[in-house]
Design a protein around this ligand. Structure first.
Ligand code: MLT
Length: 394
């Protein structure tokens, strides 16, 4: 027997686990210290009232013989897929119900989707990058290539004909940099993928933070994307489901290679390895798309935007270069004083007990950068920016 030796090729611990361990060690050594967490992008507001109401009603359904639900369809209930379809339609995208697969979150699907790809496929990711794209492929032994995302290209790398890859990851609005592609830029990616035969895995988890006209909310807003892309989305950031767990993946029927259908393979994969998201959770998720649900989650997103502005204003005041925060909940800043990103992490933790995420954890191009999230409470964010200002304006 042998274990999968590719695990030797990834970091010992997942980025956010490493950060959590360091914070726990600091906390144990400094009991009673008030630590402000702007590291992992975890929401802090409770679920919207419309969602809570739907969850309660669904719990009651489970208490009665006539409305009890056992195993559901692995790919999600029609009532939720219908709502998701309606949402896409409002963005000008027509989908069929069986192109939508409900899951327990985008992160799981982003990892699981690799089951339908050949092991020898090569992978192209931006650097910096959400570590899940890299780690899941390295675990499977795939070769990963990087494209530079730097201040020079606005952290939005564009296709390069000299680089051939089979699987391309795009995340827009981007985690960690907050940069977002325009529809026109996504058109270039779609053209490139269709020409080369590559498949784009498009992570749209932060779509709800887009404010600017002309930015892509879905890759399927671009004609031709259905023959080259799979899209992942989630209720985590949109509606505060980080602890409730629900997301969805769109696998178009038109996406085929070598006579094989991605949609059919993903259905086969999900029906074999997944028993679906709980009925109760799917009822809660469907409530997000009601008029009341949309209004309420809109208020929550506005609340987080206020935090992003507070952090951005603080950086402006300190003269620290940053990007993001406008169409994204993340502020990506250059570490002051030439500090490395882990040095700056320690500096903030030790001196003002503020936790962020070191850019180096997202790849080589992240060195010297740092990510702060807008998902804290208004009060914690306010306090964190005060502490950061106090420390860095000295
Ligand atoms: C992050 O902080 O990058 C996200 O919370 C990670 C995730 O969504 O899995």
């Amino acid at each position: 027997m042998q274990f999968n030796s590719h695990f030797n090729d990834i970091a010992q611990s997942y980025l956010f686990s490493t950060v959590a361990q360091k914070v726990a060690a600091y906390s144990a050594a400094n009991p009673g210290s008030s630590i402000l967490r702007l590291g992992i992008g975890d929401v802090t507001l409770p679920l919207a009232p419309a969602v809570i109401q739907a969850l309660h009603a669904a719990v009651d359904d489970m208490s009665k013989k006539e409305t009890f639900h056992g195993y559901g369809p692995e790919q999600g209930y029609d009532f939720l897929k219908e709502s998701i379809r309606g949402y896409y339609k409002s963005n000008g995208v027509e989908l069929e119900n069986d192109e939508i697969f409900v899951s327990d979150g985008a992160k799981s699907d982003i990892g699981n989707i690799l089951d339908i790809f050949a092991g020898e496929n090569t992978v192209l990711v931006p650097d910096p990058v959400y570590p899940v794209y890299v780690d899941t492929n390295v675990m499977a032994g795939r070769r990963v290539m990087y494209m530079n995302a730097t201040a020079k290209n606005g952290f939005l790398p564009m296709p390069d004909d000299s680089v051939g890859a089979d699987i391309i990851y795009l995340c827009s609005p981007n985690n960690p940099t907050g940069a977002a592609y325009t529809v026109a830029q996504i058109k270039e990616w779609v053209y490139y993928a269709n020409k080369s035969g590559a498949v784009i895995l498009y992570d749209a988890a932060y779509e709800c933070f887009i404010t600017q006209e002309g930015l892509a909310r879905s890759i399927f807003q671009v004609e031709g994307a259905k023959t080259c892309a799979i899209e992942f989305c989630s209720f985590s950031k949109t509606a505060g489901f980080t602890g409730t767990r629900c997301g969805y993946t769109v696998v178009p029927k038109a996406l085929t290679r070598g006579g094989m259908s991605a949609n059919k393979m993903w259905l086969r994969r999900q029906t074999t390895k997944f028993n679906g998201v709980p009925y109760i959770v799917q009822r809660g998720a469907a409530a997000v798309f009601t008029a009341e649900g949309q209004r309420q989650i809109g208020e929550n997103i506005a609340y987080y935007r206020k935090n992003a502005k507070m952090i951005a204003d603080c950086m402006d005041e300190l003269g620290i270069w940053y990007t993001g925060g406008k169409n994204s909940p993340y502020i990506w800043l250059r570490c002051p004083g030439g500090m490395s990103s882990w040095q700056f992490f320690d500096y903030l933790l030790q001196n003002v007990q503020v936790v962020g995420t070191p850019g180096a954890g997202f790849g080589a191009n992240g060195e010297g950068f740092f990510r702060l999230t807008a998902f804290g409470s208004n009060e914690v964010t306010q306090e964190a920016v005060q502490r950061i200002k106090g420390l860095l304006s000295k």
